[in-house]
Ligand binder design. Structure first.
Ligand SMILES: [Zn+2]
Ligand SMILES: [Zn+2]
Ligand SMILES: [Zn+2]
Length: 403
């Protein structure tokens, strides 16, 4: 399941830094926009709230399973919207392609994805009603998780369920466990100052309920001896830290693909016609996004998270030289240079969301500490450390509110 699709071994190396741990160092020049590598996750899952609200995707690869029109109608709660230029929507006939698990109705984008899911974990997790107590326990675990982690979600307990099922179905459990152990998983930063936010006191009793339910699940239905340790008090904290620190968000959208394709529409001959046509379509797109924002807010995409072996070696910088993209509108991750990267330069990405990236050094460092357990000392943080206004009172108050 975990596959690095395109990587030229001589292009970069994985090195070990005393402070940062693993890091990826470029061994050649990358131009801005150049693809550095592509990778598929070891395990991935759609976010539970995202799924509950019927963002429909392939359970295996997160490819969106709505046409652009269905997507927009759902997000706007308006079934009268007609999307023009249907030729720009590769999903316009997606209904006819969807493959359903005959036992539980779970949806897949293709027979290949369904078979891969069955081979890896779905045979074990399929809620087929053949064992209603087991199905109930799975639903209970997911309900508990949704209570611990209201939106915006950052990771999912389904990753744990899937890992357990993968171990159960695997004929080489040792190899899979070794892959899992490679992800950084300490619950504390090295100087013992910060804990992962999921492990804070306020979540203690809910996290314990979750741990207990998973332990029951393992004892009653899975019987994976090798996973028992992860379901002990300490082991479970470590497992949550592993998920929290290493998970990479995945987003896919039928609307985004349609918009992108509209931008490259074949251009009419006359200049006046070009201007008129392109302004019509961009006005329409603006209106759609405004309406979605009114009805559904910022939650537009099908979203989930996954564990990626190579990507997890990329360190954060507030002034990163590369970014994560989902060019295939599924869980295949691409790392792309966002500026010229020179030989021997560390390749970095920004772990923060788009809007958090513009926050002050103080706020960025706080977010990074509670989510990824390190104090950012990137060039940008260092250069901003002398700026007098960054600890202004207004900023401190805002930070207090966020707590
Ligand atoms: Zn798929
Ligand atoms: Zn099924
Ligand atoms: Zn920084």
């Amino acid at each position: 399941m975990s596959t690095i699709i395109s990587i030229n071994e001589s292009d970069f190396i994985i090195a070990n830094d005393e402070i940062k741990g693993r890091q990826i160092i470029s061994k050649r020049i990358y131009q801005c926009g150049e693809l550095i590598f592509q990778e598929q996750p070891l395990v991935l899952a759609q976010f539970e709230w995202n799924k509950l609200y019927k963002y429909s995707t392939c359970e295996y690869c997160l490819y969106p399973l709505e046409s652009c029109e269905q997507n927009v109608r759902r997000l706007c709660q308006d079934s009268s919207i007609i999307i023009p230029h249907s030729e720009c929507d590769p999903n316009r006939n997606i209904d006819q392609q969807i493959v359903r698990c005959p036992k539980c109705n779970e949806m897949y984008c293709s027979t290949i994805c369904y078979q891969q899911a069955m081979n890896n974990y779905h045979l074990t997790l399929c809620q087929s009603n053949e064992n209603s107590k087991k199905d109930q326990l799975i639903r209970h675990i997911i309900d508990l998780w949704r209570n611990v982690h209201p939106p915006p979600e950052t990771t999912s307990i389904s990753l744990v369920l899937k890992l357990m099922a993968m171990l159960k179905q695997s004929n080489n459990r040792v190899l899979l466990l070794q892959e899992l152990q490679k992800f950084s998983q300490s619950v504390q930063s090295d100087n013992q100052q910060f804990y992962h936010k999921l492990l804070r006191k306020e979540f203690e009793s809910q996290v314990e309920q979750l741990r207990y339910a998973l332990e029951q699940f393992n004892e009653q239905y899975m019987e994976i001896v090798e996973f028992k340790w992860f379901l002990t008090l300490n082991g479970f904290r470590q497992l949550l830290a592993l998920l929290g620190r290493n998970q990479q968000g995945i987003g896919t959208s039928s609307l985004a693909i349609w918009v992108k394709n509209c931008e490259t529409l074949s251009i009419p001959q006359e200049a006046a016609a070009v201007a008129a046509a392109s302004s019509d379509i961009s006005q329409f797109i603006d209106a759609i996004y405004t309406k979605i924002d009114d009805v559904s807010g910022e939650f537009i995409d099908c979203e989930g998270s996954g564990l990626f072996k190579l990507q997890s070696c990329l360190n954060h910088s507030c002034d990163a030289n590369a970014e994560i993209q989902y060019q295939h509108n599924n869980s295949t991750l691409s790392v792309v240079a966002t500026r010229l990267i020179s030989n021997n330069e560390e390749i970095t990405i920004n772990y923060l969301s788009e809007c958090d990236r513009n926050r002050s050094r103080h706020s960025r460092q706080k977010l990074l500490q509670e989510n990824y357990l390190f104090l950012c000392q990137c060039n940008r943080c260092i250069s901003e450390s002398s700026e007098p206004d960054e600890t202004s009172e207004e900023e401190s108050e805002n930070d207090m509110d966020e707590d």
